[in-house]
Design a protein around this ligand. Structure first.
Ligand code: TRP
Ligand code: ZN
Length: 910
């Protein structure tokens, strides 16, 4: 937590190499909750590659925060010329190469920031990314300083029987006074942000596997003893990740042992510390009774993500934090491909042709939904930044949707351009050149370019320009000449100020396209000047100018274009489809992504018209053709249940509000409700039939097939709860709640009961189920998080606004603001996932938001800053809401101290 002076802006252009390097680090910890002592012995030397002015410096500047200084020595002799200050420590008169020993203390028990060394449930954990290591000891805490670490842990043996750190265990043994020790060595050089230790009462699920080259590896998943029954899925996910990285990228696990540890107090999802990944319990613990299908899938994805970082992040790391997407964009891409392959592979065994591709498409649709809902919104507001940002105040604020999700799309475009094999050649060259080094996004791009013999200079703009590109398409068919001209124009539409400042010129956009004939089949795609059409009926156009025309020849009939197939670039496509054309694409497009996309366009168009009418007090009405288009997909048995679920899921309220000239959450809510109720009532018999047909009797299995069936069945239940007469829904949901053998079905039933209750029926049943749910899962914090979240996101009524329920739950004995998962389950769910209630006209939501940001700011700035971001799009709302949001932002600005929150609210107001 910083002073009141304006915190400095860090700029990418100011990067300089460090004046000193650190080759080895020996850390000794005497662990005690209130006062842990750290002895840090490092070998330093002048950096031969440092700028010439740094060469003459006789001072060594080390970073340090919230540390108490004890002593310093150079080459074993006490060194008095040391100045301790707020941001670190200056060691004066240092030689060119030397051994520096620093002893200091910190207070893990009082550390509520969850950065550095902290205590959770009586155990010790660390979190060092991005700049937490400096809260453990004084250091050159920057990723381009890479050293090898030896770590000695000493602690009371009864209280802390397990002592873990990175790498391999060298020795362990007993010490006097009931204490014991363990010594660990990590053979690989690493930046300080990958350091980790864990100490406490933990148990492990263990497996031994043989790696591709025949070496035996020990795998462990460490948890608190009562959670051991929820580790199997994480272990299976780890084993699948290891196999997948060998097969797809030829990358092997490089340590003898790989550990995952679960902790319930954690700011983010998980952390890739070398050989000792530390995870939020939410992304480790699962069994059928406590975890939903979504939880199972998320665990597989996050376990994969952290494991894949071992190569993309750890073996090759970032030169500086502006390069964050080098490891995060690439690793998200890798985890998305892993999940897609897992879904497809699992599918192969039970289905015929096409199941494979359909399963991959389902994952792609889910990923694109997240990108469009969250990253496009980020790009439209005051926090808009390029994939490789130019400046920041607090780096923790830049672990964003843009760096992660848009960064992944940028990596995916290389694969779209060069194919899987070309992408693999680029990856191989990247490791050949940079293994063991700290590098930049340019280095990655150059490896891709050189391995594929391509000039990718223009592609650099994907890293340096913010905002979401818009591609406007126009088409012309010449029946006499049998020619079809597709003209593409690119630009940024109206971007935020932050984004506009970065925009310089056209991008290289891989634009995948297909042409569809009147029979619904793909037409051949021969471009002007080509001798014959390629076999594939999708082709990737390389769109590089502001405006470009592609002419297809030999086109027998006027086609319907299928644009940006599989979402081949992170852009918005504008094309004037008629309603009938969208319905046709929804029924026929051979590209499953675009089939789904057609339905989304159709729904979005209707919903925005409805919202406009609702905002202007006009009556709401809907064309029957829209209902029948969705009915056809719902009942199309050739489509997988998972796909049908996604097709019938309407765009979110937040996404729709953002598409309006002035966001009006109440109008959007009324519009979306209207459409849901129309689909519910008009298709009641279909929903009931779907509900019956997609039961999954027998033991729970987290397979994509069963999850897909449950997903469609529970979507049917959710629609039934929207009926004018909810008696069927209440009956089915009550029965499902009572008989469920898994959390997916139980939570969905509870949610349907809450929906029905909001429209006036079955309030007693809903309350009964809520109470039962709490009692049944009182000892499972992750399930109690769901209990809070379900209530925070429920539909409100004028008599029963959700803010009243949320405020009451804040005083519930199980609520705890210091636990990020719990704070997210209640506060973030309400402020971020219940727009109609949060944006109540009386400003009650904003007042609550301001109180909670201020309270969290004093405890955990990283989490507070995330909550602060839920108001960043305030300028886009209706005048009445906008004014109240501005006042809430000003109130927060006046009171908060952390640079994390200040950067967010100042940019929002600025
Ligand atoms: N590197 C982590 C990941 O993406 C992200 C992370 C985990 C993190 N904990 C953090 C980032 C704390 C900042 C602060 O896998
Ligand atoms: Zn990551």
């Amino acid at each position: 937590m910083a002073d009141t002076a304006t915190p400095p802006v860090i700029r990418r252009a100011d990067y300089t190499a460090p004046a000193f390097l650190i080759d080895t680090v020996a850390l000794e910890f005497d662990l005690a909750p209130e006062r842990t002592t750290i002895r840090n012995t490092m070998r330093l030397r002048r950096n031969p590659d440092a700028a010439s002015n740094a060469v003459r410096e006789t001072h060594l500047e080390l970073m340090g925060e919230q540390l108490d200084f004890v002593s310093a020595a150079i080459d074993g002799k006490p060194h008095a010329a040391v100045r301790v200050h707020e941001h670190g420590l200056t060691v004066e008169n240092v030689p060119d190469a030397f051994e520096l020993t620093l002893v200091g203390t910190c207070n893990p028990a009082e550390n509520t920031t969850l950065s550095g060394l902290y205590v959770s449930s009586g155990n010790f954990f660390t979190q060092c990314e991005a700049e937490g290591f400096r809260r453990i000891t004084w250091f050159l805490d920057r990723p381009d300083v890479m050293a090898t670490y030896t770590v000695t842990l000493r602690a009371d043996k009864d209280a802390y029987p397990v002592l873990l750190s990175n790498g391999n265990l060298l020795e362990q043994g007993d010490l006097p006074d009931g204490r014991h020790f363990a010594r660990w060595e990590d053979p690989f050089r690493k930046p300080s942000y990958l350091f980790a230790l864990v100490a406490g009462k933990l148990v492990a699920l263990e497996e031994r596997v043989t790696s591709g080259s025949g070496k035996e590896k020990l795998l462990q998943v460490w948890v608190e003893p009562h959670d051991l029954d929820k580790t199997r899925h994480a272990m299976d996910s780890l084993i699948h990740s290891i196999r997948w990285d060998e097969r797809r990228f030829g990358l092997e696990l490089d340590l003898d042992r790989f550990m995952i540890v679960a902790v319930s107090d954690f700011n983010m999802g998980a952390m890739e510390n070398k050989g000792l990944n530390i995870f939020n319990t939410k992304y480790v613990l699962a069994n059928p009774e406590t975890a939903t299908d979504t939880d199972f899938a998320n665990i597989e994805a996050v376990v994969g993500h952290e494991y894949f970082h071992n190569w993309t992040g750890n073996r090759v790391t970032c030169r500086d934090w502006f390069q964050l997407s080098l490891k995060e964009g690439l690793t998200v891409f890798r985890d998305q491909e892993f999940s897609a392959d897992m879904a497809a592979g699992a599918h192969q065994q039970n289905s015929k042709n096409g199941g494979d591709e359909a399963a991959r498409a389902t994952k792609r649709i889910e990923d694109v939904r997240v990108l469009r809902q969250m990253q496009f919104a980020e790009d439209a507001g005051p926090m808009a930044h390029p994939v490789r940002p130019e400046s920041y105040v607090e780096i923790n604020n830049f672990y964003t949707m843009t760096v992660y999700e848009k960064g992944s799309e940028v990596v995916r475009m290389y694969q779209t351009l060069f194919g899987r094999d070309g992408f693999r050649r680029g990856m191989d060259l990247y490791f050949k050149r940079h293994d063991g080094h700290a590098v930049t996004c340019d280095d990655f791009r150059m490896a891709m370019a050189d391995a594929n013999g391509r000039d990718l200079a223009q592609f650099e703009r994907w890293y340096s320009q913010a905002g979401t590109p818009r591609v406007t398409v126009s088409t012309a068919y010449d029946a006499a000449q049998r020619r079809y001209r597709v003209t593409l124009k690119q630009g940024y539409g109206e971007s935020s100020q932050a984004a506009r400042e970065t925009q310089k010129g056209p991008l290289l956009i891989p634009f995948a396209i297909g042409l569809i004939g009147a029979d619904g089949k793909d037409l051949p795609l021969r471009l002007e000047g080509e001798a014959q059409a390629p076999a594939a009926t999708t082709r990737v156009l390389e769109f590089t100018d502001s405006e470009q025309t592609f002419t297809f020849v030999d086109v027998a009939e006027k086609p319907l274009p299928s644009l940006l197939r599989n979402f081949s670039a992170p852009v918005i496509v504008e094309y004037d489809y008629s309603g009938d054309e969208l319905a046709f694409l929804l029924a026929h497009d051979s590209d499953p992504f675009n089939r789904w996309e057609a339905g989304q366009r159709l729904a979005t168009r209707e919903l925005l018209t409805l919202a406009d009418h609702a905002a202007n007090g006009k009556p709401l009405q809907l064309d029957d053709a829209v209902v029948s288009a969705f009915a056809r997909v719902l009942n199309d048995a050739t489509l997988s249940p998972a796909f049908r679920e996604l097709a019938l899921m309407l765009p979110s309220e937040a996404y729709l509000a953002e598409q309006m000239d002035e966001s009006n959450p109440a109008a959007v809510h009324r519009a979306r409700q209207f459409l849901r109720q129309r689909l519910a009532n008009a298709l009641k018999r279909d929903w009931l039939a779907i509900y019956d047909k997609h039961q999954t009797p027998g033991a729970y299995q987290a397979t994509p097939e069963d999850a897909g069936r449950r997903g469609l069945k529970n979507l049917a239940l959710a629609y039934l709860a929207e009926l004018d007469d909810t008696s069927d829904a209440v009956r089915l949901a009550s029965a499902q709640y009572a008989s469920a053998n898994n959390m997916t079905d139980r939570a969905a039933a509870l949610s349907a009961l809450l929906t029905a209750a909001a429209s006036g029926t079955g309030a007693g049943d809903a309350q009964h189920a809520l109470d039962d749910f709490y009692r049944r899962f009182e000892k499972e914090p992750l399930v109690i998080d769901k209990w809070f979240a379900l209530q925070a996101t429920q539909r409100g009524t004028p008599q029963r606004p959700v803010i009243d329920i949320v405020r009451r739950l804040m005083t519930h004995p199980a609520f705890n603001l210091k636990n990020p998962n719990r704070a997210r389950s209640l506060i973030f769910s309400f402020c971020g996932a219940n727009p109609a209630q949060f944006h109540a006209e009386d400003g009650s939501g904003y007042a609550f938001w301001a109180e909670q940001v201020i309270a969290l700011d004093a405890l955990n700035p990283q989490v507070a800053a995330r909550l602060a971001r839920t108001l960043e799009l305030w300028r886009r709302f209706t005048p009445a809401l906008r004014e109240q949001m501005r006042r809430a932002l000003e109130k927060v600005t006046a009171q908060v101290k952390s640079r994390d929150v200040r950067e967010i609210v100042e940019k929002a107001l600025g």
